[in-house]
Design a protein around this ligand. Sequence first.
Ligand code: PLP
Length: 367
Amino acid sequence: MSELKIDDRLWSTKARNLSPYVPGEQPQHDNLCKLNTNENPFPPSKKVAEAISALLAKQADELRLYPAPESDELRAALANSHNLDSNQVFVGNGSDEVLALVFASFFMKERPILAPDISYSFYPVYAQTFGVELVKIALEADFSIDPDAYRQPCSGIIIANPNAPTGLLLSLVDIRKLASEHPNAVVVIDEAYIDFAQVEGANSVSAISLINELDNLLVTQTFSKSRSLAGLRVGMAFGNASLIEALTRMKNSFNSYPLDKLAQAGATASVLDTEYFKDTCQQVIDLRQSLISELTALDFTVLPSQANFVFARPHDGDASSVASALREQGIIVRHFNTPRISEYLRITVGTAEQHQRLITALKELNA
Ligand SMILES: *Cc1c(COP(=O)(O)O)cnc(C)c1O
C-alpha cells in the first residue's frame, strides 16, 4: 500500500493547530500482560450484560428509536446512590466527553485556568481545543498538591483526585479550601480513580459530599475504571443544578444523544449492583497493596497510591529501559518521557497472576 499523503489545504486553522491526546496503546496480541491504561482487571457486573441482552431481546424497536436524550433512568440511579437530586447529575459519553463540555461551559473566559503541572495529559489538550489558557501549578517535591499555590486569579481549577499518574490523594479539607477561596471560579475535581481510595476513619473521600455546600464545585467520575466498563463509554458529573444545567445546554448544542440505549441500560445495571462494585474495588485495593510490597522489595520507590495503578521508580531511575525490557516479555506498562517523572513507571493494578508475571520478569532483569 502506498503511503497516504495528508493534504491539509481544506482544514480549518483550528484543525491544523490541534495536537490531539494520545491514548495508551491497545495492542492486540495474545498473551499480553496489559498494565498500561488502568483498566480494571475484573469483568463488569454480570447484571450489565444481562440488562443489555434483555434490551436487545425485547424488540427491534429498541434500536430503531432514539435513546432517552437526558439518560433519565441512569441519572436517577446515580442520584439515588449518592443521595442527590437528578438535577445534580450529568452523564456523557465517557468522562473525557464530560470534561470537554466542562471546558466549553465554564472555562472559555478571560482568565486562565489552573491545573497541576503533572496531571492527566488531556487537560492541556482540551485547553488548546477550546482556546483556554492553562497555567500549570507545580506539584511539591513529593508530588503532593499545595492548595495555597493556587491563590491566583483564574476562571477555574481542574485537579485529578487521586491525581494521575502519581496516585496521590488530596484531602476533602484541601478541596473545600480551594473551592471556598475561589467563589468565582469553577473547581473541577476529576475523580476517575476515587473508588479505589480508602482513608482510615473517613466514611467519604469523594468530594461529592461537598457539592451541597459549595456551589462552584463540580465532581466528575467514570465507569471506565472502578466499574470495569471502559468499553461502554460512560462518565458523569455531580454539582449543583445550575452547573449541571450549563453542561446540559452545552451537550444539547453539540450532541443531544451522547449515550446510546445499550450504554444507558448497562450503566444503570452496574450502578444497581452495589455489592459486586464494592467487592471488586476492595479486591483491587488489596492487590494494590501487595503490588506495592512486591515492588518495594525489588528496590522500587513507590508512591502511596490511592488509585488502581502505582507510580514506581526503579532504584537506578532508568524507567525507560525497564519499560522496554518488560515489553520484550509481553508486559506493557506506561512510561512518560516528560520532565520530573521520566524516572517513574505507571503500572496498572492487575490480577494476582499478572503481578506474578511482572515480578518474575523484574527479578530476571535484576539477576
Ligand atoms: C481514565 C481517565 C479519564 C477518562 O475516563 P473515560 O470515562 O474513559 O473517558 C478521565 N480522567 C482521568 C484522570 C482518567 O485517568
